[in-house]
Design a protein around this ligand. Sequence first.
Ligand code: 5RP
Length: 262
Amino acid sequence: MTGELSPIDKAKFVAAKRAAEFVEDGMRVGLGTGSTAAWLVRCLGDMVEKDGLKIKGVPTSSRTAELAHDVGIDVISLDEAKWLDMTIDGADEFDGELNLIKGGGGALLQEKIVATASDQMIVIADVGKEVERLGSFPLPVEIIPFGWQTTKALLEETLVSMDVLGRDTTLRMNGSVPYITDEGNHILDLHLGRIGNARQMSLVLNQIPGVVENGLFIDICDKVVVGYGDGKVEIRDINAGTVEIDRLDFVDDDNLFTDLMD
Ligand code: 5RP
């Protein structure tokens, strides 16, 4: 079965599997959203089933909550957990300082709240997500539906004075209707090309009325587990300033690979 995975999926899988090793009995763990995070949830479910791992999981989206339930993880809300030992989540881009763009899967708001409420955030990503400077991936911004066109116009006006390469903004769609997040909001994708000052951009965007949150995660991520298609993983720790290299074998496992190819 693993032989059928693309190199990118293998890279996502090994990153997730290696990151799952950081999870210990009794931990409260934030569970990210997206295809890489789905591998993580499967790996943790497998550890719960086979090794008797005892954890409480706080999902960052309804999709992740459903998957976590399905694989046997004890799911609780953030209000029940209050604070988490760690959050493990994917990313759309990460840079050398482990700042991120997230929200490609539309879950940035819950993801940022959950990651910020954690002792540490570990990002799992295939090596293709690494960038020198953030911004090639369109930056998602969650906005409330009320007056969204005015919010879009204000945001575009704000971008004029910012150090970016492009300034197109698009309302994310779900077929012919606007995409709706788990919190009932819309998402504007900002096609910036390159963000000169991501820290400033994040602060400025959140000042605009109608903006709920943006997909820049600045100084939130502690470690990135980078996966490669050949099973290599690199664990970059921004606080310790270390890079650890590891290698994982692909072992076919019915529990992990059944029905996963979504
Ligand atoms: C969802 C996210 C995801 O973590 C991000 O889009 C990466 O997704 P994938 O692991 O599928 O590449 O931010 O809102």
